[in-house]
Ligand binder design. Structure first.
Ligand code: GTP
Ligand code: SPV
Ligand code: MN
Length: 603
């Protein structure tokens, strides 16, 4: 067979043989008009954003420098969990919480979808690195995509292009990540602003450390360094190599005495990670700095402590609810420009607007590109609309946010969105009990994934959609991680809930900056300074033990938010039992023991 000639295919800026042969193989299968190696330059950003403006995908913002508004196809707005697959060789390795298909069968199906799928389009090859480029062993990947939106988003979210490729040498390992929107163009066919395909597959091949994504251009479906690599594939690497890849923010909390603590927190999608990561404390003398808002990779350091690194380079944050009152630091970050906004509303003077920003202007263009005026039924912005902005321009980024060594974690928070039952904060009795809290974490579903919202489901460690293997093995990995370390060097584990509601459905706790009061109590527990009540579910503070000075909330509400209610917990037990039954025989014995002990304590 003679080699196909595709412009650009023979001008590769690398001598990495495996990479070159994979790029050729994909180009021959997908038949793009042209192959372009992304270099990550300002020139490339300018060229591609201009192309996206021409295509009608982007509208340049007049009020924010170098920033763009995009509206997706109304069917392509969130992660598609039903279409997400873990194609392990053995179905038992995917476990009961993942969709599985035989890898050979999946490859056959998707190969036919990919055949000719880039016709009329450019195929971009994006070398990238998750985590700092100067890591001893950089975590490399290459995304091949036919979406300019993906390329410019990857400019923000990852270290990519020439500087990443420099770390590949001739034979470095990298994760293959193939993406197509699945919308070839016939000669003369007009494009649409947001091309995508009704058929979608988000597929991970864990043994091969490989990702194939088809049909969607949105967020976690398409920016493959994010959930696909840094959680689904990385969680498998972490299991094999003895570390943790988690859906966690990383923050630095400094006390008035200038003692610094690093905290990691796992909350399900759209449940408050970005907001906690950038929190502005309402209590005097305390300071929060941000290291990451979505993903943490944690490994033991030489001193036996657990160190966290954020693999990402940007924030892909939920827009609605974000404003100067709730998250001023996010607002200041996006104000500087260099940002993308997807599925928010566009103002007539060329700015962005979304629900939660206060009084709406008299007229907007909604995310559905329709005229929008206040008072109607429709939201101006999709509930999962997002801003995409570089961490580097966040004023409160911690200076050490790019340290390849990471930062030593003192506390891990698990949290969910629960209207009842779960107190504002509970400290676990020990690591194993903390793992039980994480493994049985529950939360109401949100708009971050396609499907019904507001349904309580178990979301272990906020990783339900992201564990790349059997959830029971994942729990065991967490237990083993604790056993491999000195108990006194392990982070303390807490369970929090900012979303408990009163009878009239209002939130009992004001949240946002006021969550600093909860962080303070956690630090005082670490320091051995604060008191707690021992309840059947763990150590819970009374209102008297929290610093509530200056808090604008009724005392009864705070007490209700903190309250442990034995009846609510007894009602929770059958749901936990059902959950463990679903996981099956791989639920670690130690977690079954925790459940039995909890039942005994509840009486
Ligand atoms: P992903 O990026 O999807 O992983 O989500 P995330 O966990 O980073 O969620 P984010 O911080 O963006 O919050 C999602 C929504 O919850 C936003 O609408 C916030 O305004 C809201 N929220 C965040 N923190 C709080 C809080 O403390 N209290 C209340 N009531 N709402 C909050
Ligand atoms: C999430 O859904 O948890 C996100 C957004 O952080 S996405 O990248 O689309 O997964
Ligand atoms: Mn997330």
């Amino acid at each position: 067979m003679t080699a196909v000639t595709i412009p650009g295919l023979d001008h590769a800026p690398t001598t990495h043989a495996r990479l070159l042969s994979w790029v050729r193989e994909v180009a021959e299968l997908t038949c793009p008009d042209e192959v372009v190696w992304a270099d990550g330059s300002q020139d490339e950003w300018n060229r591609l954003t201009a192309k996206l403006v021409d295509a009608g995908t982007f509208v340049p913002l007049k009020k924010k420098p170098n920033s763009f508004w995009a509206a997706s196809d109304p069917t392509d707005v969130a992660r598609v969990e039903e279409r997400t697959f873990i194609c392990s060789v053995d179905p038992r390795d995917a476990g009961p919480t993942n969709n599985w298909m035989d890898p050979a069968e999946m490859k056959a199906t998707m190969t036919e979808l990919y055949r000719g799928c880039m016709r009329g389009r450019t195929m971009y090859v994006i070398p990238f690195c998750m985590g700092p480029l100067d890591a001893e062993k950089p975590m490399l990947g290459v995304e091949i995509t036919d979406s300019e939106y993906v390329v410019v988003s990857m400019h923000i979210m990852t270290r990519m292009g020439t500087k990443a490729l420099a770390r590949f040498g001739d034979d470095a390992d990298f994760v293959q990540a193939l993406h197509s929107i699945g919308a070839p163009l016939e000669p003369g066919q007009d494009d649409v602003p947001w091309p995508c395909n009704e058929t979608k597959y988000i597929t991970q091949f864990p043994e091969e450390r490989m990702i194939w994504s088809f049909g969607s251009g949105y967020g976690g479906n398409a920016l493959l360094g994010k959930k696909c690599y840094s959680l689904r594939i990385a969680s498998v690497m972490a299991r094999d190599e003895g570390w943790l890849a988690e859906h966690m923010l990383i923050l630095k909390l400094t006390s008035p005495e200038k003692k610094a603590y690093y905290i990691a927190a796992a909350f399900p999608s759209a449940c408050g990670k970005t907001n906690l990561a950038m929190l502005e404390p309402t209590i005097p003398g305390w300071k929060v700095e941000t290291l990451g808002d979505d993903i943490a990779w944690m490994r033991f350091g030489e001193d036996g402590r657990l160190y966290a690194v954020n693999p990402e380079n940007g924030f892909f944050g939920v827009a609605p609810g974000t404003d100067y009152h709730t998250n001023p630091n996010a607002m200041r970050t996006i104000e500087k420009g260099n940002s993308l906004f997807t599925n928010v509303a566009l103002t007539d003077d060329g700015d962005v607007w979304w629900e939660g920003m206060g009084e709406p202007p008299a007229h907007l263009t909604s995310w559905k590109k329709q005229d929008w005026t206040p008072g109607g039924e429709e939201l101006s912005s999709h509930p999962n609309s997002r801003y995409c902005t570089p961490i580097a321009q966040c004023d409160i980024k911690a200076p050490e946010w790019e340290d390849p060594k990471g930062v030593p974690i003192s506390a891990i928070f698990f949290g969910g969105r629960r209207a009842t039952t779960i107190p504002l904060i509970t400290e676990s009795r020990d690591w194993q009990h903390g793992v039980f809290m994480g493994a049985t974490l529950s939360s109401e579903t949100t708009a971050a994934a396609v499907g019904k919202t507001g349904v309580v489901r178990r979301d272990p460690m906020a990783m339900l959609p992201f564990i790349g293997y059997h959830a029971g093995d994942y729990f065991q990995h967490w237990i083993d991680t604790g056993k491999s370390a000195d108990a006194d060097k392990l982070p303390k584990i807490f369970y929090v809930n900012w979303f408990r509601r009163g009878e009239d459905k209002r939130f009992l706790w004001p949240g946002f900056g006021e969550n600093s009061r909860v962080l303070k109590w956690a630090v005082e527990r670490i320091e051995g300074k604060a008191a707690a009540v021992e309840t059947p579910i763990g150590h819970v503070p009374t209102a008297a033990e929290l610093d509530l000075e200056g808090l604008d909330a009724p005392r009864e509400d705070v007490e209700a938010a903190l309250g442990f209610d034995a009846d609510e917990w007894r009602a929770e037990i059958p749901m936990i039992e059902e959950w463990f039954a679903k996981i099956g025989e791989k639920v670690p014995t130690s977690l079954r023991d925790e459940l039995e002990a909890l039942k005994l304590r509840l009486g």
